[in-house]
Design a protein around this ligand. Structure first.
Ligand code: HEC
Length: 166
């Protein structure tokens, strides 16, 4: 085989490899996806520029629906302690204070929204229509209380418990 032919062969081989890999890449894109796995992150553009999930559940680290199990008394106690030290300065259970009354927060919001708001208030003020509305009403931005996800989940069980008590 002379040099020229060898080069052409090399080019052909190269083109062949590229074609094959492109086919694989696009196959990957078209491969059937489990819709339940992706529906939460699907970007549905609406007026606020948020996905449907974010609109219902707030913006933050919680990106999927969580499963609520039975209320855990240990978490309730932990949540109550956090409420008294970090939240009671601004929130009461049954009346408006610096922030809204918290006993009925579950009536207003999904559990995921409550978690995302507690964990990431700043971004929700900037981008979420409900948080903006609330800010307009209370005129005070809730400072980030730097809760861990576990602490926020304890707060959630505390909120669920007090909602049941009335
Ligand atoms: C410095 C005052 C302040 C502190 C401390 C504070 N909050 Fe808030 N919080 C607010 C205000 C004001 C709002 C409502 C108005 C707004 O969002 O601007 C609010 C809103 C909320 C909301 C959203 C309620 C809704 O209906 O959407 C949740 C949930 C919440 N706070 C939980 C907490 C928790 C839990 C803590 C303690 C870990 C806490 N807050 C500490 C001032 C505070």
């Amino acid at each position: 085989m002379d040099q020229q032919n060898k080069l052409t062969l090399q080019k052909l081989l190269f083109a062949f490899i590229i074609t094959i890999s492109m086919t694989f890449i696009s196959c990957g894109d078209n491969a059937p996806q489990d819709p339940s796995k992706f529906s939460n992150t699907k970007k549905v553009v609406n007026a606020s520029g948020l996905s449907d999930f974010e609109l219902e559940n707030g913006i933050g680290p919680i990106k999927q629906k969580i499963e609520l199990t039975t209320i855990d008394p240990v978490l309730v106690k932990k949540g109550q302690g956090i409420f008294e030290t970090k939240c009671a300065a601004c929130h009461k259970l049954d009346e408006r204070y610096v922030g809204p009354a918290q006993r009925d927060v579950f009536k207003r919001r999904s559990p995921e929204y409550i978690l995302n708001f507690m964990l990431n208030p700043e971004e929700n003020y900037k981008r979420h229509p409900e948080a903006k509305k609330l800010l307009g009403e209370y005129l005070t931005q809730m400072p980030n209380q730097n809760l861990t996800i576990d602490e926020a989940k304890a707060m959630l069980d505390y909120f669920r418990k007090i909602a049941d008590e009335k």
